[in-house]
Structures are given as C-alpha cells and as structure tokens.
Ligand binder design. Structure first.
Ligand code: ADP
Length: 265
C-alpha cells in the first residue's frame, strides 16, 4: 500500500541520515575518549581527587554516547545484510537458553517450534538481534513476570493484511511464521500506531531509544518478509515475523541473492 511505501521510504532516509551522523559522531567520540585516557594516566591527575572525578564522569558519559551511536549505526546498517539459510528452530533454542539464564526468573519462557521447521533465508546475526529486541520489549512489558512464548512453523496461508504488505512476487512465496507472545501490559491503539517509527518510545529517557522495532521493521522488509503485531491492553502482545523459506532449488535461491544485491545499490 502507499502508506507502507511512504513509511519504508521515510525509514530509509532517516536510516541514511542517522547513519551519517552516528558515524561522524563516533569519530568525535573516539577523539574525546582518547584524550580522556591520556588525562587519566597523567601523574598530575593522581594528585587531584576532584579533577579525577570530573575526568571519570566525562569518561562514563562518553562511553554511554558510544553505546548510543553503536545502536544508531546498527539501525542504519540495514543495507548490509548477509542472507543465509537459518534453522529457526535451532536459533530459538539457543536464544531461549540464553534468555532463561538472564531474564527475571518470574518470566516463564516456552517454545513451540515445528520439527522440522523449514529453513528461512535471512541474515542470521540480524535475525537473532531482531528476536532479542522483541524479547527485551516483552520483558519490559512484564515487570512483575509473566509468560514469554516463542513459536515457529511453516505458514500455509498468509493473513490478508500481511499479504497486502508484500509486493506481488513476494506474496506468492512460502513463509515461516515466527511469533513471540508476551502476557504483558499490551499497547493502546495510540501507541500501536507509532511503534515502527524511529525514536518513538514510551520508556523513560536512558532506557529506551525507540530504535528497536524500527530496526526490526527495516530488517524484515529487507529480508522480503513482513511483520504483524497484535496487542491488547492488560492482556499482552504478539509479534509475528513472516520470513521467506529457502527455495528448494538452488537456482532460484541464487537468483534471489542477485536481486538482493541489486536492491542495496
Ligand atoms: P524502545 O524499546 O527503545 O522503546 P521500540 O521501537 O523497541 O523502542 O519500541 C517502541 C515502543 O513500543 C516501546 O517504547 C513500547 O511502548 C512499545 N512496545 C514495544 N513492544 C512492546 C510489548 N511487547 N509490549 C508493550 N509495549 C511494547
């Protein structure tokens, strides 16, 4: 639809703009951090506790700045995907193992992945960070704990709204549906309307950048898939990614790879 196209174009230009700024800013931060390091090691500084404190505070702030520019760069780096065959089932298992070790124990993590589940064609690193982004949003929506449910299965029929989002040829391909459901706060329609916009966040300053879902959106679009979000206030949210299955014959798979290369130019 036209709206989706406008959105993708806006995202593209914001991505380029952000990438440029983040890159230059990162260079400046490198200079600042380099100078701070020299300062920290000066013998004169060791004698002055107050000056030491000031330098340490500046070093902390520039580290935070470097983290933020790192996120901005990740957001704009969508252009450089390296698609490969991904075993979604295996990826979900290693991701949930990691989440079980790190998330609040009150969050119960479940996984239902078809066995076997068809391989999808996506950049494995980017897919993993997309899933992590979605899982972290789910965690933030369940401060008192709850249920985090991952599912993966071949998708026989795309929902109509999703089919409309995909361009003609892509809608005819086969997909795997990968969903992450939480039992958290859910979202109002007013929030839902903006979630894919870069920098839109309802989280307090310092906690959210508002780049999570816009990055996921860009990644999914570039992988020629689609994303759908279902949410109900006080009930929870389900995010579903539709990713293209690897075609059986290698000829069409490499034709796809060529098309993608053309896309990024
Ligand atoms: P951030 O997490 O930095 O705020 P995102 O783009 O990932 O940025 O998310 C944007 C906003 O969407 C969040 O601030 C939150 O309001 C809302 N949101 C995203 N995922 C969920 C979820 N699972 N449950 C409730 N709200 C969500």
């Amino acid at each position: 639809t036209e709206e989706a196209l406008n959105h993708a174009q806006r995202l593209e230009s914001v991505g380029q703009l952000t990438g440029g700024i983040a890159h230059d800013f990162n260079n400046l931060l490198t200079i600042i951090q380099g100078n701070l390091q020299v300062l920290e090691e000066l013998p004169q500084l060791a004698a002055d506790g107050y000056a030491q404190q000031l330098v340490a505070a500046a070093a902390r702030a520039s580290r935070r700045g470097a983290e933020l520019t790192g996120k901005l760069l990740a957001f704009s780096r969508r252009q450089m995907l390296q698609p490969d065959a991904v075993d979604v089932r295996q990826m979900l298992h290693s991701l949930t193992d990691m989440l079980r070790r790190t998330l609040d124990q009150r969050i119960q993590i479940e996984i239902d992945a078809a066995d076997p589940c068809p391989a999808v064609r996506a950049d494995p690193g980017q897919l993993e960070s997309a899933l992590l982004n979605i899982a972290i949003n789910a965690r933030d929506a369940m401060p008192e704990g709850g249920r985090l449910h991952f599912r993966a299965e071949a998708c026989d029929a795309l929902p109509a709204t999703v089919r409309q989002e995909l361009s003609g040829a892509d809608a005819g391909r086969r997909f795997v549906a990968l969903s992450i459901a939480d039992s958290g706060t859910g979202m109002t329609d007013a929030v839902l309307e903006h979630i894919f916009e870069p920098f839109f966040t309802t989280k307090e300053a310092g906690r959210g950048t508002g780049l999570g879902l816009s990055t996921v959106y860009g990644f999914v679009k570039q992988s020629r898939g689609a994303i759908a979000i279902d949410s109900k206030v006080d009930a929870g949210t389900t995010v579903t990614l539709y990713l293209p299955q690897i075609e059986d014959d290698t000829a069409s798979a490499s034709a796809l790879a060529d098309e993608d290369l053309a896309d990024t130019e």
